[in-house]
Design a protein around this ligand. Sequence first.
Ligand SMILES: Cc1cc2nc3c(=O)[nH]c(=O)nc-3n(C[C@H](O)[C@H](O)[C@H](O)COP(=O)(O)OP(=O)(O)OC[C@H]3O[C@@H](n4cnc5c(N)ncnc54)[C@H](O)[C@@H]3O)c2cc1C
Ligand SMILES: NC(=O)c1ccc[n+]([C@@H]2O[C@H](COP(=O)([O-])OP(=O)(O)OC[C@H]3O[C@@H](n4cnc5c(N)ncnc54)[C@H](OP(=O)(O)O)[C@@H]3O)[C@@H](O)[C@H]2O)c1
Length: 287
Amino acid sequence: MSVYLTDCETMTEMKPVTEATAVKAPVLPDAQTVQEVKHWTDSLFSFKVSRPASLRFRSGEFVMIGLLGDNGKPLLRAYSIASPSWDEELEFYSIKVQDGPLTSKLQHIKPGDQIILRPKPVGTLVHDALLPGKRLWFFATGTGFAPFASLLREPQTYEDYDEVIITHTCREVAELEYGRQLIESIRQDEMLAELIGEGFADKIRYYPTTTREESPKMGRITNLLKDGTVFADLGIEGGIQPDTDRAMVCGSLAFNLDIKAILEEFGLREGANSEPKEFVIEKAFVG
Ligand SMILES: Cc1cc2nc3c(=O)[nH]c(=O)nc-3n(C[C@H](O)[C@H](O)[C@H](O)COP(=O)(O)OP(=O)(O)OC[C@H]3O[C@@H](n4cnc5c(N)ncnc54)[C@H](O)[C@@H]3O)c2cc1C
Ligand SMILES: NC(=O)c1ccc[n+]([C@@H]2O[C@H](COP(=O)([O-])OP(=O)(O)OC[C@H]3O[C@@H](n4cnc5c(N)ncnc54)[C@H](OP(=O)(O)O)[C@@H]3O)[C@@H](O)[C@H]2O)c1
């Protein structure tokens, strides 16, 4: 009768593993573990990963994240951190580009998987880059909502401003859902109310618009600003004022340029970390 060895028995018969004989398991540098993944549409998903103990960031900043590429080298892309600076987990809100080097793979991550996260946060969509004001505008298109998902849960946003207006423009209604649910959850979050102050969420004014599917408010936000619709809808007299209004902008390059021109026409100036002014801009993607 022949005897077959189980894997375990086979192992015990092997020579001791030395550095020379060990099979090198791939080690992911700066690895973090995926904790939750949610798919919103065919082209959008969000996910949470563990937060490295050493990572400190300002709400609104971005980091480089990614996976190991086929060549064994890290394949990294810039991603806004969608969670606030005080949160234990890190949340991201992502596009799925079907032939995109990173997101064609990243869209398949599952809880327990690892991603690479370089713990060096940077960015201009931070409170430090704005002069004090009374009313803060967040202008987002598509995944440009991500940094504002962070800033909308940041206590300083409500300490510094009386009113926070978030506009989000997408092609279709389903693409607004991540933002809509996030704002609804902020309004109902008792822990946040305790942290930030009772009634803080009453300062939020949400202005979603779509451009290619019917919804209660249609049109590019740029056109709605230019023809005064936004101000009429929100009951704001005199439009955007350099004395009181501050803005943060995150969308495609074309969107950012168009909003920049509008804000400058209202008399606002672009600021930076080193020189705070009335508005700041960051690209939601390159290309
Ligand atoms: C400062 C900064 C912050 C960013 N934050 C985010 C974020 O929070 N979430 C996110 O999904 N992406 C973000 N991006 C874009 C991100 O870095 C990658 O481009 C994206 O993950 C796609 O990677 P990829 O390798 O699959 O394709 P890439 O080769 O990087 O992109 C291929 C093409 O897909 C399109 N594209 C890429 N990203 C987007 C997007 N977000 N929305 C719409 N079209 C896009 C562009 O036309 C681009 O040329 C950010 C980019 C910058 C510069
Ligand atoms: N999201 C999709 O369903 C989809 C599908 C196929 C391909 N793609 C590709 O994916 C990339 C990104 O798509 P995306 O929809 O996330 O981003 P996007 O093309 O930047 O559009 C996002 C939203 O911003 C609006 N917008 C774009 N440029 C603007 C500007 N200059 N001023 C004011 N508003 C502006 C768009 O309105 P308009 O609709 O008026 O442009 C849309 O509502 C593009 O290269 C696109 O070709 C996207």
